[in-house]
Design a protein around this ligand. Sequence first.
Ligand code: SAH
Length: 276
Amino acid sequence: MTQEPDPEGPAPLKSHGRISIRATLRPRELVTDTPDLAGAWVAQVITLVPQAFPGVLGESLTGKALAEGRWALRTIDLREFGEGKHRNVDDTPAGGGAGMVLRPDVLGHALDAAAEGARGRWPVIYLSPRGAPLTQAMARRLAAADGVTLLCGRFEGVDERVLEAYDIEEVSLGDFVLTGGEIAAMALIDATVRLLPGVLGNAASTEEESFSEGLLEHPQYTRPAEWRGRAIPKVLQSGNHGNIAAWRRARSEAITRERRPDLWQAHQADKGKPQD
Ligand code: SAH
């Protein structure tokens, strides 16, 4: 490219390619020794705080899987798409009111850059308190896709027209308000990545844990057999696998019934229906 971008004007499209390449440098470096990366699940995150990534996702099992190329992370710095000398990304809400709203033109350019990196089944999600609650079923659906683009809001959120124009799904971490979408995006990525093949050492562990059958998990214990006068339930030390499974199932059902009547009802309603 010969032409320099005009710092006062909108950044030309070509420069987005350069910017997006720079944005991927860190994750690419992490996976240089993994030639089988082609086809790996990819999370693209549009954010004003790209330096927050991979954060905790770079640790432990998700971090090991990232280094092994079982998934890849590409941050897209929204600021790079800002307008003018100050790379402006927000403006006051139409109709008045507190705070600032992320501009549709700026978001549109960032979403276009993300679309260039997408392939196959690739949902675009805006993390938002108005969204559908993040669930295990959603994580399973996302793990079956080729990747996902996550739009993290800041301030009062994003211009509504962007959500319509790009057919963006809204997903919420819960009924509370965060200052930005990044923590919610990390939660979504973590919940999804651990379902990808080879990320957890023991594949069975995702089949038996909370929500896998619409139930919460049974209690877990480990050595020592007695701690501060409390013993591990005898059945777990019996070696009788049938009894252990029955005990765990009963505890799992009781805990779900007590703590989450909503889940219990859904579980009862699902019984007898064909499994997906
Ligand atoms: N004015 C908005 C809240 C904005 S909070 C409202 O009342 O709905 C700023 C950003 O944080 C949002 O754009 C969103 O991306 C993120 N965020 C806040 N709470 C969230 C939640 N519960 N789940 C997911 N993202 C959230």
